[in-house]
Design a protein. Structure first.
Length: 311
């Protein structure tokens, strides 16, 4: 990248970033212009740091681009909004191969295109640590945002998307293996149910969250914000065959992945009990009165509960 230079790199990367429906003015000026038909903008930021969130010997640059975009787009979907645009800050060592940055841009663009969003701008800097920081914007479409503080006693808890796959893939990679491919690929590139977020909002979801740090940890945010007890019932889960087999082979409790694993970016939401849930949502628990917290089968969970960057 030192040979290409900052502005040469910007030109090469932005050439790979097509505009989406909401992009009125893309890269090339001091700021982009993004349509906001609703008059409000949902916004979220997330960061990926090499050695903390990804390893180049585990994931390609394109994989990292998909993950970086997905982590932010999922947050927008969890508010009940439709993602419209991404801003990307890219910090890298000068000796990084310029092709890595180009392939990162390809991954970002491809993931954004799944929701007809686009990368509209950002910044670059030299840094000893490879870091990608992404800000996502979204359109609420005239609806109120679905916040964490809306869960009410009597609601049901439901999820949409895969749980435990990325965590299982991480464990597989950390043990030095590259198979099962399904689990490893789930860690490299999450499959996010983006459109389930706005649909849940239309069906009356009372609260919602993106599962990035683990189901129990993230439900804990809803429980704390809503001042309720959320009880998750294991009998309501189906343990996928490849997760069950991998857990047996690696001597892991599969529920440690399902309940405590993050990075699948599934969505969890609460709904009134009398609401017919939209397709793809599966009930996994209930909401009740009591000291705010999350239980499993009525008791505190003794296994891994989720991820905390500073622990």
């Amino acid at each position: 990248m030192a040979d290409t230079g900052e502005f040469g790199l910007i030109a090469r990367v932005t050439a790979r970033l097509p505009g989406g429906r909401a992009c009125l003015l893309g890269p090339g000026d001091d700021a982009a212009v993004v349509a906001a038909p609703d008059g409000r903008v949902a916004a979220s930021t997330d960061v990926l740091v090499e050695g903390r969130h990804f390893r180049r010997d585990w994931s390609s640059a394109r994989d990292v681009g998909h993950r970086a975009a997905a982590a932010n787009l999922a947050d927008i979907a969890a508010m009940g909004a439709v993602p419209t645009a991404l801003l990307v800050a890219f910090c890298a060592p000068p000796n990084l191969d310029v092709r890595w940055a180009e392939e990162l841009a390809d991954g970002l663009a491809a993931e954004a295109a799944l929701v007809d969003a686009s990368v509209v701008g950002g910044d670059m800097s030299a840094s000893p640590t490879l870091t990608i920081a992404v800000t996502a914007l979204g359109d609420l479409g005239g609806r109120a945002p679905v916040v964490r503080s809306g869960a009410r006693p009597g609601d049901v808890v439901a999820v949409n998307g895969r749980l435990g796959f990325a965590a299982a893939g991480y464990t597989v990679l950390s043990r030095g293996f590259r198979t099962p491919k399904l689990l490893v690929e789930a860690f490299r590139r999450p499959e996010v149910p983006y459109f389930a977020g706005p649909e849940a909002a239309r069906f009356g979801a009372t609260s919602m969250i993106d599962i990035s740090d683990g189901l129990l940890a993230d439900l804990g945010h809803i429980a704390a914000a809503s001042d309720v007890v959320i009880d998750v019932q294991r009998e309501l889960f189906t343990v996928p065959g490849q997760i069950r087999d991998a857990a047996l082979a690696l001597s892991v409790n599969p529920f440690d992945w399902i309940l405590g694993g993050g990075d699948d970016h599934a969505l969890a939401a609460t709904f009134p009990a009398d609401v017919a849930l939209p397709a793809g949502w599966v009930v996994i628990g209930t909401v009740s009165d009591g000291p705010a917290g999350v239980t499993v089968d009525g008791r505190p969970y003794r296994g891994a509960g989720g991820w905390d960057h500073f622990k």
